[in-house]
Design a protein around this ligand. Structure first.
Ligand code: NAD
Ligand SMILES: O=C[C@H](O)CS(=O)(=O)O
Length: 485
């Protein structure tokens, strides 16, 4: 057996409820497969109402004690989880590559990134403080303290199947919440391995629960109606996020939404073009373009447009496409045949609307769901490619004539997650950064995600933040106590 088959074999395949793994019954299970070749990896428990209710029972019962634990205990347990994750990083990377198709080098990076949230919150929780002051009148003391919000439902996507879970779970755990994790059906194994580690370091039963299921809508609908659930934290598409917010409203649930993106990647006339091309390759083609922060619209100043496009196309044509575990592979598969068909449909629509294919533009025959890295120019501003989250290896490049027009174009979308800006003049780049409607702006960098920084969007890209101090506060409520002197 190859190493990842051995690792897959040792991943728990059941649900994890109240400190125990459930068995996997044949008829109540679903297949997990490798998108790099379409082969089945294993079958995983497909939970239903009985398990869902048991998980809420367990999380709710555990919360009454867990919320009273001291921050030193939570910090120590998180640090033990972090140390175990780093010790088992290669196994976890193999699992990510197997179930998500992500090239092993990127999967390793995801493990380090995901683990950094566990370490960050193990440190931050010890610094968490309230406030104390005399009232302005001097008649009483004003005390404020942070308390955990309660049982948290954590729903995560397939494209970063490990780090999107740790980004939520570590913060919820540090805050004193208990959690119910619902991973994406394509990629439940990374979460299972993480929960296995939480179990092995001795986290009390009910504090962390895991419910794989193919019945996501039914499950969230049921749990959002349960008054014992007090928080929903969702990472995924904007339409699903919107439907969850509607469900959360009935119970007035604290809600965090990490949703879709439509990032502009802006190249100014004074940009270092080699730096911009290298940045565009990463911002566009990381995870084969299946990233919320993916460069969805590459907007280039007319003064450097031809030179940028020539360099960029040449670099895209060098990208190595293949199975995640193949040496040197930079572009893995789409997560499914459906996703690949949607990707190709975007290319067809772009060309129908006047776009010009400079490279790629076709599915790749053979096993797995591979698509050629593609560059299109002359697609219309405001057209199909411009307006939709492409979520694939399609780079659409647009021309602009001025900085002011670049800001207007960048903001011409209902999304606002991240924006990328390449230019040498600091005053110019900061003026543009100030004008951009997004939660994050990257200047001369293609990746800015960092556990100590608040990650999140505005407009249709979401609510709340993950990482930084904001990420912990999103799992807390503030209590104000007035004490007569
Ligand atoms: N902002 C971020 O941090 C971030 C990060 C990663 C992915 N995303 C976004 O996620 C999307 C891709 O991920 P995806 O395809 O898994 O998204 P998705 O919305 O289809 O699914 C996300 C999760 O929600 C579950 N789900 C699906 N329908 C549901 C429903 N009706 N009720 C409850 N749960 C439901 C899925 O099983 C999965 O676990 C893209 O739009 C991407 O931009 C955003
Ligand atoms: O796509 C989802 C992730 O949030 C991207 S990143 O790993 O945080 O940059």
């Amino acid at each position: 057996m190859t190493s990842y088959e051995q690792v897959i074999e040792s991943v728990p395949k059941g649900a994890y409820v109240d400190g125990a793994w459930t068995p996997v019954n044949g008829d109540a299970s679903f297949e997990v497969s490798d998108p790099g070749n379409g082969t089945a990896l294993c079958r995983v428990a497909d939970t239903g109402e009985r398990e869902w209710d048991a998980a809420v029972d367990a999380a709710s019962a555990a919360f009454s004690e867990w919320k009273l634990t001291n921050t030193e205990l939570r910090a120590d347990l998180l640090r033990r989880v972090y140390d175990a994750v780093m010790d088992q990083a290669e196994d976890i990377a193999q699992i990510i590559s197997a179930e998500a198709g992500k090239p092993l080098t990127e999967a390793r990076a995801e493990v380090r990134y995901g683990a950094s949230f566990i370490r960050w919150y193990s440190e931050l929780v010890l610094a968490d403080r309230g406030d104390f002051a005399a009232s302005p009148s001097g008649e009483y003391w004003m005390v404020t303290k942070k308390e955990p919000v309660g049982v948290a439902l954590l729903i995560t996507p397939w494209n970063f199947p490990f780090s999107m879970v740790t980004r939520k779970l570590a913060a919820a755990f540090a805050a004193g919440c208990t959690s119910i994790i619902k991973p994406a059906g394509f990629t439940p194994l990374s979460s299972s391995w993480l929960v296995k580690i939480f179990h092995e370091v001795g986290v009390p039963a009910g504090v962390v629960n895991l419910l794989p299921t193919t019945k996501s809508a039914a499950m969230s609908s049921r749990l959002l109606k349960d008054s014992r659930v007090r928080k929903v934290s969702f990472t995924g598409s904007t339409p699903v996020g919107a439907s969850l917010l509607k469900g959360a409203a009935d119970n007035i649930l604290a809600s965090s939404m990490e949703l879709g993106g439509n990032a502009p990647f802006m190249v100014l006339s004074d940009a270092d073009l080699d730096q911009a091309v290298a940045g565009a390759l990463v911002a566009k083609f990381r995870n084969a373009g299946q990233a919320c922060v993916g460069a969805n619209r590459i907007i280039v100043h007319t003064a450097v447009f031809d030179e940028f496009v020539e360099k960029f196309v040449a670099a895209v044509q060098q990208l190595k496409v293949g199975h995640a575990l193949e040496d040197g592979v930079e572009i893995g598969p789409m997560i499914s045949e459906k996703q690949r068909v949607e990707t190709h449909r975007f290319v067809e629509r772009g060309v129908e609307e006047g776009g010009r294919l400079l490279t790629g533009g076709e599915p790749i025959e053979g096993a797995g769901y591979f698509y050629q890295p593609t560059v299109i120019v002359d697609a219309p501003v405001g057209g199909h490619l411009w307006s939709n989250e492409l979520f694939g290896p399609i780079a659409a490049v647009y021309r602009t004539n001025s900085d002011d027009e670049m800001i207007e174009l960048a903001n011409r979308t209902e999304y606002g997650l991240v924006a990328y800006l390449y230019g040498q003049d600091g005053k110019r780049t900061m003026r543009i950064a100030d004008g951009i409607e997004s939660g994050m702006v990257a200047i001369n960098r293609p990746i800015i995600s960092e556990a100590r920084a608040p990650f999140g969007g505005v407009k249709a890209s979401g609510l709340g933040r993950e990482g930084g101090v904001d990420g912990l506060n999103d799992y807390q409520v503030t209590k104000y106590i007035a004490i007569q002197r």
